[in-house]
Ligand binder design. Structure first.
Ligand SMILES: [Zn+2]
Length: 299
């Protein structure tokens, strides 16, 4: 498998877990307005919209620096019981075969960065081995946002007080706790250095501790933005949140700030769920921003 793109000297591979129609737009966007959506909708078929449903992906991003392999977000995982979002429960995907197609085995991964601890970003952290959830990437250090761990660790006083408990039922227990127990987790805060030229940036709102991974190599920049954006509609309408954004005012102001920073620095935005070509540049437009799907700009 060829890399999806490069950031300077780093090769970046897209490891796909799942794709499909997810939900009608009016059910995904909390601030949905049909007139505004209709203006943009003709450009969304087929990569971002099919048969009246928002079309999306679960995909991980693997950054190969030449020295280290850093995996960003780990999808929904296999064989997991997911009463909060049944569509991502009990999956049997060939995610690890896709990783192998890219040329990598699970034990090759050095670092795993979870932008946040929602159901569809931590799944492959673990896999079922003889009835136990074991770290899939046995040699990796896993980086988790401190505040998200505080939100979902039942042993913490803060558990349940930061929101989002129902949609994330079982997720901490089967996909985060086993990593902590194995001694492979590192809880991080704003500014944490993940590797040379890779920094974690606070981007709260979607979850309390959501983090963007900023990556710079040879003057080129990419932001791995997790769930700051689910769909290009949110580039032209940064005030539109997904219904899964836990603090909507905060999520919208974070979205504007990240888009602003990306426009200023000509950074490639690499979200977790975008359709082809799966990453995007942005330019400022009259009342927001404009997506620029132009491979030439990123090399
Ligand atoms: Zn997500």
């Amino acid at each position: 498998m060829e890399e999806a793109f490069r950031i300077g000297s780093h090769k970046v591979y897209r490891i796909e877990e799942w794709q499909g129609g997810f939900s009608p737009p009016e059910a995904l966007f909390a601030e949905f307005e049909s007139r505004v959506f209709a203006e943009h909708a003709p450009g969304f078929e087929p990569d971002f919209m099919r048969d009246g449903l928002i079309y999306g992906y679960l995909q991980s991003w693997l950054i190969d620096t030449g020295d280290e392999l850093v995996l960003v977000d780990t999808g929904a995982g296999n064989e997991k019981d997911r009463p909060g979002i049944p569509i991502f429960g009990n999956l049997q995907t060939d995610f690890l075969a896709k990783l192998e197609e890219a040329g990598f085995a699970p034990e090759d991964i050095d670092k795993v960065f979870c932008t946040h601890l929602h159901i569809d970003h931590v799944g492959w952290n673990t896999r079922l081995v003889e009835g136990e959830w074991e770290p899939t990437f046995a040699n990796a250090t896993y980086y988790f946002p401190t505040l998200d761990e505080a939100a979902w660790n039942p042993a913490k006083e803060t558990y349940g007080s930061l929101g989002g408990a129902e949609v994330n039922a079982n997720v901490f227990e089967d996909s985060v706790a086993p990593i902590i127990k194995a001694g492979r987790a590192e809880l991080i805060e704003h500014g944490a250095s993940i590797a040379d030229g890779m920094t974690a940036i606070d981007s709260p709102g979607h979850t309390p501790g959501h983090m963007v991974l900023e990556v710079e190599s040879e003057g080129e920049i990419a932001f791995f933005t997790g769930d700051i954006l689910h769909h290009p509609m949110q580039i032209s309408q940064p005030g539109w949140n997904s219904v899964y954004c836990e603090d909507r005012d905060q999520a919208a102001s974070t979205r504007r700030a990240i888009l602003d920073r990306a426009a200023d620095r000509n950074a490639r935005i690499v979200p977790a769920h975008f359709g082809a070509p799966h990453s995007v540049f942005v330019e400022r437009a009259q009342d927001g921003f404009r997506p620029v799907f132009d491979e030439r700009r990123g090399g």
